[in-house]
Design a protein around this ligand. Structure first.
Ligand code: COA
Length: 162
């Protein structure tokens, strides 16, 4: 039996708050006690502000199958992205499909929707990133047409001490 699916992909609305929160928390569980509340605060702020500005430069795209929200792509426009040749680049900030619905084309459908979203905002490229150890993500990005743009090591330091 062919288990491929064609999910409906749409922009999240206030009615999707809990579904978005569930998928976002599964993608970025975090390790600090307040992480779940932080996700909820960011989603609420986004949904409130979006009502005032239809040109919102960040969006949550949701994939729905038989009335169930099973996938999320958070997209934005970044001024610059590693390896890109143009400015104001579409960016796949987060990409997640619920475990029971993977390998059926939902992730691919979300990337197609992210491409369309970025094109509609004048972007000529779509970029993304993932943890270097996330081999499934690396393969899925490649399968969806992304080229490897190299590895970046990140650093931080506090500025309130010596
Ligand atoms: C990455 C992810 C979103 C892909 O979602 P998906 O719905 O399984 O993707 P698709 O079914 O559209 O797969 C597209 C292609 O990616 C590749 N792929 C996906 N999962 C794979 C796996 N486990 N192993 C090897 N290749 C894989 C395949 O080439 C696949 O095409 P195929 O099934 O025709 O062979 C999903 O695995 C996921 O949510 N992972 C956890 C979160 C994550 O790591 N997100 C990315 C970093 S932000």
């Amino acid at each position: 039996m062919d288990s491929r699916v064609e999910p409906a992909v749409r922009v999240a609305t206030p009615a999707d708050r809990d579904a978005w929160l569930r998928l976002r928390a599964a993608l970025w569980p975090g390790d600090a006690p307040g992480d779940a509340e932080e996700h909820a605060r960011e989603i609420d702020a986004h949904l409130d502000a979006r009502g005032e500005d239809a040109r919102w430069p960040q969006e949550a795209l949701l994939a729905e199958l038989d009335g169930e929200v099973v996938g999320l792509a958070e997209v934005s426009v970044r001024p610059y992205a590693e390896g890109c040749e143009t400015r104001d680049v579409g960016y796949l900030e987060g990409w997640y499909v619920a475990p029971g619905h993977r390998r059926r084309g939902v992730g691919r459908a979300l990337v197609r929707a992210a491409e369309a979203w970025a094109r509609a905002r004048g972007c000529a490229e779509l970029a993304s990133d993932t943890d270097p150890d996330n081999d499934v993500s690396r393969r899925a990005h490649a399968a969806c047409g992304f080229e490897d743009a190299g590895l970046v090591r990140c650093f931080r330091r506090r500025l309130d001490g010596d």
